[in-house]
Write a protein of this length. Structure first.
Ligand SMILES: [Zn+2]
Ligand SMILES: [Zn+2]
Length: 449
């Protein structure tokens, strides 16, 4: 390990596309982005977003997570070394020799140890080499070079004669190629796509200091699968995003604390409802906060802990649908400011189904990466939450922080009246369309026409 930063990546890309464990092509080598253990200078810029920090810690099952922006590129060679180290991967290369063997184009397949200064010497000439496109990975995100000698010889072997890749087409397609050993053994590359051929995963994760047991202690390791390292299924970052809301948990906590001498004796939701009906101070102080939510915060305050927050999108939806006139303060450096647009009353025509329109003048979204997958992506559900049981490859050996980026913008929020949405959903044309989408999602029931 010790290649300095990947250079031309933008900071946002590190979180959204090429985080730890992603492979990228540099001019002569391919590298895997190093894990958080190796990042330097990362703690220069903290991103404060408590709601997201709590969510990420909860999903990762750790007590606390701090968010930091990816370190910025510093172009001073004498300054402190900042950035994100990378590790050379894969270690096998295909040498760019134009040579034929019968109908096939044939090129040496060599380990990096066989290169000198990145070049391969063959019959007293030096040739450039390109990192091999084919690697192996498992669905837990582990990744490794294919064991080319074992693959070519169909099992364990002591043979170390030179290997060659022969290609019969020009497409670079797997089915066109074979790997050949000078001892006379050869094997079609397409066989690497067969289950069980590449063997069980050994838990390699070159983006971190050490590998791990694939499947966990006592678990069953996954089978390795062929992966084209430049293909779009080689890396899917797992991310969570929240909008910075001024009125989420903080406001409720403050309201509960403000009334603590009265609320500390509320042992049940019913008792709280009674207090609210009897005392105007409670009624005013908890305005817009329902009894069950307020009660959660009362219990949490009594036990001295932070209440489990509600799903990400529920908080955001409620902030936009329940606020009276404006949300947040109109400050130039503020994170959130929105105003309700007054519609003519009663509103008709195209506006008839519209419940409310909120003009969001200032908006900050924070996105954190907390892991990644290969082969298949995992995205948050409709509530903005990640299932706790989804597969995830680790960004760090012991996660205490995660990389995050903030995006600022503005927007318009339109909410529709529920009966109007129900009426629209019941229309025959909408139902027919819906049915096509559902069938496309369900492979048992046929295909999209
Ligand atoms: Zn051999
Ligand atoms: Zn594995």
């Amino acid at each position: 390990m010790a290649h300095k930063g990947a250079g031309s990546l933008r900071r946002g890309q590190v979180v959204t596309s090429f985080g730890p464990g992603a492979t990228i092509d540099l001019p002569e080598i391919s590298v895997v982005i190093g894990g958080l253990d190796w990042w330097r200078g990362y703690d220069r810029e903290r991103i404060i977003e408590p709601r997201l920090e709590e969510k990420v810690a909860h999903v990762l099952g750790v007590p606390r997570i701090t968010l930091y922006a990816p370190p910025a590129e510093v172009d001073d060679p004498h300054g402190p070394m900042f950035g994100i180290p990378v590790e050379v991967f894969p270690l096998w290369f295909v040498v760019d020799i134009e040579q034929r063997k019968g109908r096939a184009r044939t090129r040496p397949l060599v380990h990096r140890n066989g290169l000198v200064g990145g070049k391969y010497e063959y019959e007293r000439r030096k040739y450039a080499a390109t990192p091999v496109r084919f690697v192996q990975a498992c669905s837990n995100g582990h990744i490794a070079d294919i064991e080319w000698y074992e693959f070519t010889h169909g099992g364990r072997t002591a043979c170390r004669r030179p290997l060659w890749i022969d290609e019969y087409g020009t497409s670079g397609d797997l089915t066109d190629g074979l790997v050949r050993c000078e001892c006379g053994t050869q094997r079609a590359l397409a066989q690497a796509t067969r289950r069980d051929v590449l063997g069980q995963c050994k838990g390699q994760r070159p983006w971190l200091p050490a590998g791990e047991l694939c499947g966990g202690p006592g678990g069953t390791p996954e089978m390795m699968r062929l992966l084209i390292r430049t293909a779009s299924n080689a890396y899917f970052p797992q991310k969570l995003s929240v909008l910075s809301l001024p009125e989420a948990g903080d406001r409720i906590r403050a309201a509960v604390r403000g009334l603590w001498s009265t609320l500390k004796d509320a042992e049940s939701v019913e008792k709280l409802a009674l207090l609210r009906s009897l005392l105007s101070a409670v009624r005013d102080g908890l305005q817009g906060i329902d009894d069950s939510t307020a009660f959660q915060y009362i219990v949490a305050e009594r036990e001295g802990r932070t209440p489990a927050r509600r799903p990400i999108k529920v908080d955001e939806f409620e902030a936009l649908t329940q606020a009276s006139e404006s949300i947040g303060e109109d400050r130039p450096d503020g994170d959130f400011y929105a105003r309700r647009l007054h519609l003519p009353d009663p509103h008709q025509g195209v506006l008839a189904p519209v419940e409310r329109v909120v003009l969001v003048h200032r908006l900050r979204e924070v996105t954190a990466q907390l892991g990644f997958t290969r082969f298949e992506g995992v995205v948050p559900d409709v509530q903005g939450e990640l299932d706790l049981n989804v597969r995830r490859a680790a960004l760090a050996t012991d996660p205490t922080w995660m990389p995050a980026v903030e995006t600022r913008g503005e927007g318009v929020f339109v909410s529709f009246k529920a009966p109007a949405v129900d009426e629209w959903r019941a229309r025959p044309a909408v139902r027919a369309r819906d049915d096509i989408f559902r069938r496309a999602f369900d492979p048992q029931r046929g295909q999209l026409e």
